[in-house]
Ligand binder design. Structure first.
Ligand code: ADP
Ligand code: MG
Length: 417
């Protein structure tokens, strides 16, 4: 009767695209629109499942099309999910306009509505919660289809068929979500490792460059001093030399700052209040913001104590605020918020600026990467470095034309846990 090989075949049809995508294509550079590729693979899996269904016993047709359909929503996004729904329904129409078609039409339309309702929760959830949501949505869809079959097609459906249908779907969705999440995590760990390596390299590079520049600078400074003490200099020469001296002083200061940051073995063991640092920094950039038509809204309403160095952390916020202000054309807003998240505090800085593409987000933190005429491309690099030193993390979410949110997670002090 309902044999296991049948199920294994349907499972294969669903798993192949998932493997192809997450093992070979995910986060690679050949495709700009990753989610579209995944959506298309899901559509292919849907068509394959429907083209090669299993006839468990005469009249009992079964396939796993629901699984790639759900995956298209979960991992391809709303648009790809809708596309998959359309493909599924249209392809079913192509197979035949019978009762079965209307059952499919109604249950997948209702199912889509339910998924859309849960989609955001799914996106924000961790593995366990994701499995729970996908199990519930699979169950809902199964119940809709089976009810349809029961009432509109066959009253005397074998209970065994119902059980087989439900069970195979549940096992598959749990398996597939688990596999996808594991593959994704592996890929993300790799990226995190590369990021750490990048940060380390930057540190070394900055230190050696700064060091190399400092020596010739000292020599030049010495000669300027000698020249300044010369007699019979004209007033113009005197003032030029004075200017040279002060500019050299400034260059030296910048280098010293960068050098100390590159080492950044500054003590990180004072307890500092993030709210206060943010407030001070926001006050500092306020005039610059106003000049550019940006309002800064600070919504942090309680202190959050972390271990760190106040001036380093101030630098981070200063850079992020400045980038936010510079990303906004005309009027806009920067909103700052902080929430406790377990042992961490998540500080979010949202701007309503021009946003960034996936590609641009990836390049953030690389030295000298800038899109501005007057930019240095050092700002975000320093932020990554400093936050990394404090055992924190920076996450970036950005939508082109809508804005950017930087979230900094820092470990809270014991007294606040
Ligand atoms: P700089 O500000 O000197 O260009 P950064 O390292 O601070 O260097 O930033 C690098 C680049 O990242 C910027 O030139 C900009 O293109 C992009 N960027 C950073 N923050 C934002 C933001 N909030 N919104 C849009 N783009 C941003
Ligand atoms: Mg900057």
């Amino acid at each position: 009767m309902f044999s296991f090989d049948n199920y294994l075949f349907s499972l294969l049809v669903v798993l192949v695209p998932v493997f192809v995508y997450f093992a070979y294509l995910y986060k690679r550079d050949f495709f700009k629109e990753q989610s579209v590729v995944f959506g298309l693979l899901c559509c292919l899996a849907i068509i394959m499942s429907m083209s090669y269904p299993l006839e468990l016993e005469t009249g009992y047709i079964f396939d796993l099309r629901t699984i790639p359909w759900l995956l298209a929503f979960f991992y391809g996004g709303l648009k790809m999910g809708m596309a998959a729904t359309a493909v599924l329904i249209i392809y079913r129409l192509f197979i035949g306009l019978d009762e079965g078609f209307f059952i499919v039409l109604v249950s997948y339309m209702l199912g889509s509505a339910a998924i859309i309702f849960f989609l955001n929760r799914f996106k924000e959830a961790m593995l366990k919660e994701r499995i729970k949501i996908s199990v519930c949505l699979t169950l809902l869809n199964n119940v809709l289809i089976l009810t349809g079959i029961y009432f509109f097609m066959e009253r005397d459906v074998l209970p065994g068929f119902f059980a087989y249908f439900m069970l195979s779907h549940l096992v598959t969705i749990i398996l597939v979500v688990f596999i996808i999440e594991t593959l994704k995590e592996k890929e993300q760990n790799k990226i995190a490792l590369q990021q750490t390596e990048r940060v380390r390299l930057i540190g070394e590079m900055a230190a050696s460059v700064a060091h190399e520049i400092r020596n010739p600078l000292t020599v030049v400074k010495g000669f300027v001093h000698i020249l300044k003490n010369e007699e019979n200099l004209t007033d113009k020469q005197k003032s030029s030399l004075k200017l040279m001296d002060s500019e050299l002083e400034r260059a030296e200061k910048i280098i010293t700052d960068y050098l100390s940051l590159a080492k950044s073995e500054k003590k990180n063991d004072t307890e500092i209040d993030v709210r206060e640092i943010i407030k001070n920094t926001a006050d500092v950039v306020e005039p610059y913001a106003l000049m550019n038509g940006t309002t800064i809204t600070n919504c942090i309403d309680s202190p959050y104590y972390v271990r760190g160095n106040a001036s380093d952390l101030g630098q981070v916020f200063l850079n992020l605020f400045k980038n936010g202000i510079e990303a906004i054309d005309g009027k806009g807003e920067i909103a700052i918020n902080a929430v406790k998240n377990g042992d961490l505090v998540d500080i979010t800085i949202c701007d309503t600026g021009r946003g960034m593409s996936e590609e641009e987000i990836k390049r953030l933190g690389t030295p000298f990467y800038t899109t501005k005429d007057q930019g240095t491309g050092m700002g975000t690099m320093l932020c990554y470095k400093i936050i990394d030193n404090l055992n924190g993390q920076i996450k970036v979410k950005s939508t082109r034309g809508e804005g950017t949110a930087f979230t900094i997670s820092l470990p809270l002090c014991k007294k606040q846990k």
